[in-house]
Design a protein around this ligand. Structure first.
Ligand SMILES: CSCC[C@H](NC=O)C(=O)N[C@@H](C)C(=O)O
Length: 662
């Protein structure tokens, strides 16, 4: 067996997006892999068949990678699947009849349909999609001659958010709700307006009689400024005015109707001047203006998704808990009962964050099943135990030697709070030897790390580093108060939490105290640059990936600038209180920086735009601190194409190797 190597990224696979058929006896899932020639992710759609106990009978490939299938959903009778694919680079809705396995295109779509929802009788499909508008133009230009090779057209905007990370430059237009008839492809646009009329990526729900559609939207013209606002709406499926069901400031979204159609369970919460709006589970009558009660108060964890139990007496909620994803049955009185569904895990792959994919129907749970030494497979559970498992990496993993993963818990030097973390050891770890230590800090900052495999950490460990990764305050999964403990102080005691973990681990005899390294991406980049400013003598070298370095700049030029200002910098505007912004910005510590520092950022990162990386690089070079800047062409915040993930990881290893005391 060999240690993990960079080319393994192109040899492994990962399960995502499991969907359980209405009868609970079949599971659709996506098998993702990374093609070394095109250097792109590819997705196949697979169907697993189960027996009555949930054991695997067989599985087959339904839609090959060439179609790029996504968003698949079963028809109510389970005989057909609707999904969105790509034909000649354009989005296309397909219906696949399971009887003959043929995927037939349905209608023509100009933009990608999202959140497909079958009507109860299986005759129609609702979806959200953007309707493009005419782009702004500069008047008075001469006509462009046929075949002329002019410079590309300018990008003109009057929007606050004119580019979105990952999606690119925003095309003018608005998201609308549509219904398409399956037999005739007749398509009806149910909403209209110049601003988004639906949160196109959020759940769409048919009323039980098939006459109306329930969805979420923030319909104000100031939507770009109101990131934490969404209301519930009901619109007749045959066309007509929409009725607003909720209007409170805050988020009411992902609405699910009870089996009798009389109640709505939704995810969200009221707007508040806090760092983190924890998504909670709420219950209301399906009537305009009905009051809502919070069902998940006793759980005190972020709700990722929720489905009604068949009897309508409880809701099954998927939630984050201490680095992993769990399921709870929450009664309509708010009573919480844990449901045993083993090892639900993340599908971020590049880094070990929790989350993952999951589905439920008729007592069957299907989920991305996490491992510590390989990417997620498919898990199926019934009656509190795992009944089926598909490991898409069994062959590959058999030839690999993985390092051991150990959970640690330390007390923060700030206030004694418990901080959870993990250590990943090199594959051939020998406790009698000395090892360099990498602290890797997650971003968000309201996200997490968990006990999972990741490409990044596997590569670091395979190259002989012990990897420490933790969940400092601000992380999710430890309660609302812990996630919000950075309100008014970010960065602040989160830095102490991280340093407490480093100090504790550095006491272990196998840690080479001369070779402590610090790295992190995005919010983790913030804390990396903060860390080398606050502790200039602690780390041998640093690597800040896609960092925020200056909160004023971030507010002005990020695609989430409105969130930054309103929730992360205490509602103060940079023009009103520039000192507040400066004091929180890592660049305010530039005079203390002396640690050799690597910076890695995508040139199309619109979340933490590269101008901030350039600012820090300039400061380091002007001060004479060893620095290297790696710019990834066309890469967004998520580090772009598979080879760019590897370049990012290997750049960090190269830099730490260069500075490691030998
Ligand atoms: C600290 S600025 C926000 C950056 C971003 N948060 C949300 O998009 C972030 O930290 N992303 C993390 C998850 C990352 O890219 O690793």
């Amino acid at each position: 067996a060999s240690a993990y190597e960079p080319a393994d990224l192109y040899r492994l696979a990962m399960v995502t997006d499991p969907v359980v058929a209405p009868d609970g006896r079949r599971v659709l899932y996506t098998r993702a892999s990374f093609d070394i020639s095109s250097d792109r992710r590819q997705n196949e759609l697979w169907l697993a068949t189960l027996d009555a106990e949930g054991r695997l009978l067989d599985q087959r490939l339904l839609v090959p990678a060439a179609t790029s299938a996504g968003g698949a959903v079963f028809s109510p009778d389970g005989s057909r699947i609707a999904f969105v694919g790509a034909v000649a680079g354009k989005p296309q809705l397909f219906i696949l009849a399971l009887a003959d396995g043929i995927a037939r295109p349905l209608g023509t779509q100009k933009t990608a349909p999202q959140s497909l929802a079958w009507s109860p009788d299986g005759s129609r499909i609702a979806f959200g999609a953007q309707v493009d508008a005419k782009p702004l133009e500069i008047g008075g230009m001469p006509a462009k001659p046929e075949g002329a090779t002019w410079a590309p057209a300018p990008r003109i905007t009057e929007e606050l958010v004119y580019r979105r990370d990952g999606a690119g430059w925003v095309t003018p237009g608005a998201a609308q709700l549509f219904v398409i008839e399956v037999a005739t492809a007749k398509t009806t646009q149910l909403t209209s307006g110049d601003t988004d009329q639906i949160n196109a990526g959020d759940r769409i729900e048919w009323t039980r009689d098939g006459r109306s559609l329930l969805f979420s939207a923030y319909r104000g013209a100031d939507a770009d400024l109101r990131a934490n606002d969404a209301d519930l709406w009901l619109v007749p499926a045959a066309g007509g005015a929409a009725t607003q069901l909720t209007s409170a400031p805050g988020i009411e979204a992902s609405a699910a109707l009870s089996p009798d159609g009389r109640r709505i369970a939704y995810i969200g919460g009221p707007d508040a001047p806090k760092f983190y709006a924890m998504p909670e589970l709420w219950l209301m009558d399906a009537k305009p203006g009905a009051g809502a009660v919070k069902l998940s108060a006793a759980l005190d964890r972020p709700i990722l998704a929720a489905e009604w139990a068949e009897d309508g007496r409880s809701v099954l909620a998927f939630y984050n808990d201490e680095g992993v994803t769990r399921v709870a049955r929450i009664g309509l009185d708010g009573r919480v009962q844990r449901v045993e569904v083993p090892r639900i895990g993340g599908t971020r792959l590049y880094l070990p964050s929790s989350g993952g994919g999951f589905g439920y129907a008729r007592g069957t749970f299907a989920y991305t099943s996490a491992f510590t030494d390989r990417p997620a497979g498919l898990g199926v559970a019934r009656g509190g135990r795992q009944t089926a498992a598909i490991d898409v990496n069994a062959g590959w993993a058999a030839g690999k030697r993985a390092g051991r993963l150990e959970e640690i818990n330390v007390k923060s030097r700030a206030d004694g709070r418990r901080v959870q973390g993990w250590l990943l050891y090199p594959p051939d770890f020998d406790p009698a030897k000395k090892y360099p230590l990498i602290l890797d800090i997650h971003g968000g900052p309201n996200t997490d790390y968990g006990p999972f495999f990741s490409v990044t950490h596997a590569l670091y460990a395979a190259r002989g580093f012990v990897v420490l990764f933790t969940n400092p305050r601000g992380s999710i999964g430890y309660g609302e108060a812990f996630a919000n403990a950075i309100t008014g102080a970010y960065p602040g005691q989160d830095h102490d939490d991280l340093m407490s973990a480093v100090d504790e681990v550095a006491k272990r005899p196998f840690v080479d105290g001369r070779n402590l390294f610090i790295t992190g991406g995005s919010g983790g980049g913030v804390l990396t640059l903060w860390g080398i400013g606050k502790e200039p003598d602690k780390f041998r070298a640093a690597a800040a990936l896609r960092p925020v370095t200056d909160w004023a700049l971030q507010t002005y030029i990020s695609d989430i600038g409105a969130v930054t200002w309103k929730y992360w910098l205490d509602g103060k505007a940079p023009w009103d209180d520039p000192v507040h912004y400066y004091n929180r910005s890592p660049v305010s510590l530039a005079a203390k920086w002396k640690t050799p520092t690597l910076l890695v950022t995508g040139e199309s990162d619109f979340r933490t735009p590269i101008a901030q990386t350039e600012q820090v690089y300039g400061a380091l070079k002007l001060r004479g601190v060893p620095a290297r800047m790696v710019r990834l062409p066309e890469a967004p915040h998520g580090m772009g194409r598979p080879s760019q993930w590897l370049q990012s990881n290997l750049a960090v290893i190269d830099w730490f190797e260069k500075w490691r005391v030998k």
